[in-house]
Design a protein around this ligand. Structure first.
Ligand SMILES: NC(=O)c1ccc[n+]([C@@H]2O[C@H](COP(=O)([O-])OP(=O)(O)OC[C@H]3O[C@@H](n4cnc5c(N)ncnc54)[C@H](OP(=O)(O)O)[C@@H]3O)[C@@H](O)[C@H]2O)c1
Length: 249
């Protein structure tokens, strides 16, 4: 299928996990893709995996100047874009009493400030009728242990997205939140779950998910395609939970 033929999509945090799965699917659907991430090797290998429709741009979403450099890169190559996926994110679990200022800032600088100024900077390049998808989290609406700061950083972006859906209405730009439950990505290793502990961790998580297992990145990518493409043309300002029903448990 070529649901995104001749579209240009920018995916932040597109070198890994959910972002990479979105970039791959969107490229298969005919889009030109620009992915970002901080690790040059991971950006290069993801570009190679996605294929000829992909370009990489090494960029730190917590650095405002880098959003401007990314916008300039995109403007020079394509002039405009159709889809912006604000997906780059970090997580570190901790009860509130143990949260340090550094932990707090790291979450808000990337997950929240990075999304806000990413959208502010790229918005002039988004074609009228385009689409923005922000990766939120189930944690923003469901209380999960040791998630207070991460949850707050993701709740803020869901609020931004609702405001943007109104602010961009004259330009016909739809803004939605893709809200994953637990998904098998590198983020688990970053949380400190070792390869050895992973099966037990996944089994434990599965107990809380009505579908009976964790999600796969490609399942999130299909939901992102729905939100970003004409399939979701009347869907605006929502938070789409793609969590196997975990929000109910
Ligand atoms: N997996 C889950 O269970 C889950 C659940 C709910 C929500 N989410 C959200 O889904 C999104 C994707 O996560 P994932 O699970 O796919 O994790 P992942 O595999 O760790 O991917 C995270 C991506 O974000 C990038 N990134 C992190 N900090 C960045 C920064 N400052 N600037 C630019 N890029 C940055 C990473 O690349 P570099 O390291 O190279 O910078 C990587 O590409 C995140 O927003 C996450 O919070 C994930």
């Amino acid at each position: 299928m070529q649901n995104l033929k001749d579209k240009v999509a920018v995916v932040t945090g597109g070198n890994s996990g959910i972002g990479k799965a979105i970039a791959k699917l969107f490229a298969q659907e005919g889009a030109q893709i620009v992915i970002t991430g901080r690790r040059p090797d991971a950006v290069d290998s993801a570009v190679a995996e996605i294929g000829q429709n992909a370009l990489g741009f090494v960029s730190d979403a917590s650095d405002l100047a880098e959003h401007h450099k990314l916008a300039e890169f995109v403007r020079e190559r394509f002039g405009r874009i159709d889809i912006y996926i604000a997906n780059a994110g970090v997580i570190n679990l901790s009860r509130s009493e143990a949260v340090t200022l550094e932990d707090y800032d790291r979450h808000f600088e990337t997950n929240t400030r990075g999304v806000f100024f990413g959208v502010q900077t790229i918005a002039p390049l988004i074609r009228d009728g385009g689409s923005i998808v922000v990766t939120g989290s189930l944690a923003a609406t469901k209380v999960l242990p040791d998630h207070p700061v991460y949850a707050g950083s993701k709740a803020a972006v869901a609020a931004f997205a609702r405001s943007w859906a109104m602010e961009f209405k004259e330009r016909g730009i739809r803004v939605n939140v893709l809200s994953p439950g637990p998904v098998e990505t590198e983020i688990l290793g970053k949380l400190g779950v070792s390869e050895v502990d992973r099966p037990a961790f996944e089994e434990q998580m599965a107990l809380a998910i009505p579908v009976g297992r964790m999600g796969r990145p490609d399942e999130l990518a299909r939901a992102a395609l729905f939100l970003a493409s004409d399939a979701g043309s009347f869907v605006n300002g929502i938070e789409l939970h793609v969590d196997g029903g975990m929000s109910l448990s």
